[in-house]
Write a protein that binds this ligand. Structure first.
Ligand code: NAP
Length: 287
């Protein structure tokens, strides 16, 4: 039976690091300040944003929400982001997803100044992943890596399979693993026989958003399984949060992330650490 990867414990360590960095900045008279840009009213995002707000407050990071109407044009959203880029009192910007259909998320991400891109999703920061730079790495990818590094798996030479190839999660993870000399296969919609890949993976990372996509009989014995998916399902009249991997996979895996309590809390901690680190790249301290 798999050992569970304790996301809350890993998150606490990273939050501790972030807290020390924020305290050092505050002593220098600089208060990190994050603005979350949200478009429209998404009840699912509300809980997430409240959590962000509480986590920031605990560490001494200033947190504000910029709410825009659902009908906002892409041009106006980009103008608003440009305004935040120029405000010296704003050191970090995040754009809450999903955006309405008429706004291209790539265009929105591109508008964030790379120095304030605490989620690491602006093209310049994504590009740095190709050359192995380690700061302002996309939060979820950094979190998945921290979960993997908490196990005894040696990445060098490992057969790794990443399921999901989104620009902000799957692809960055594949690059981080490749950088560490794992042999990486990336699966997606176009993959014809998903099980043939997952069943030979020593490290399986799944980031799709489909509950039950990976059944337990398609996992290699002894694999390390990192389940990034977050899905809300109805069971016995109440809502439950589950990942993309059948929890029964724990019978075959050597290590596995629980959902919830695995990659999720570590991702929030990475956001806080990036928020502290981004400050050093800008005005007051970068000179
Ligand atoms: P996304 O942008 O929707 O990407 C999903 C990816 O899955 C796409 O690359 C898609 O490929 C691929 N895919 C869809 N159906 C597939 C299938 N049947 N087999 C293989 N691949 C398939 O989502 P995301 O932002 O990457 O997030 C993925 C999941 O992680 C979601 O559940 C999200 O809620 C969760 N998430 C969790 C955290 C956390 O902190 N734990 C953070 C971020 C996201 P195509 O583009 O080819 O369709």
């Amino acid at each position: 039976v798999a050992r569970l990867i304790d996301g809350k414990k890993i998150a606490a360590e990273i939050r501790g690091e972030a807290e020390r960095e924020v305290q050092a900045l505050t002593r220098l008279g600089v208060v990190p300040s994050l603005v979350a840009v949200e478009v429209g009213d998404d009840p699912a995002s509300e809980l997430y944003l409240k959590r962000q707000e509480t986590s920031c407050a605990r560490l001494g990071i200033r947190y504000q929400r910029l709410r825009l109407e659902d009908s906002v044009t892409e041009a106006e959203l980009i103008r608003q982001i440009g305004h935040l880029n120029h405000r010296p009192d704003v050191t970090g910007i995040i754009i809450q997803m999903p955006l309405p259909q008429h706004v291209n998320p790539r265009a929105a991400r591109r508008a964030i100044s790379p120095e304030k891109d605490v989620e690491g999703v602006q093209p310049q920061n994504l590009g740095y992943l190709l050359s192995g730079r380690t700061s302002l790495v996309p939060c979820t990818a950094a979190a998945a890596l921290a979960c993997i590094e908490s196990t005894d798996l040696v990445l060098h030479g490992t057969e790794a399979v990443v399921v999901g190839h989104s620009e902000t999660v799957g692809k960055p993870i594949a690059l981080l693993l490749m950088e560490r000399l794992a042999t990486v296969t990336v699966c997606h919609h176009g993959t014809t026989d998903l099980a043939s890949h997952t069943s030979r993976a020593d490290l399986l990372v799944v980031a799709v958003g489909k509950p039950g996509l990976i059944s337990s009989d398609t996992i290699k014995n002894g694999a390390v399984v990192i389940d990034i998916g977050i899905n809300e399902i109805e069971r016995d009249g109440h809502t439950e949060v589950v990942g993309d991997v059948d929890p029964g996979a724990a019978d075959r895996a050597s290590w596995m992330t629980p959902v919830p309590g695995g990659v999720g809390p570590v991702t929030v901690a990475m956001l806080l650490r990036n928020t502290a680190r981004a400050v050093a790249r800008q005005g007051p301290l970068a000179g």
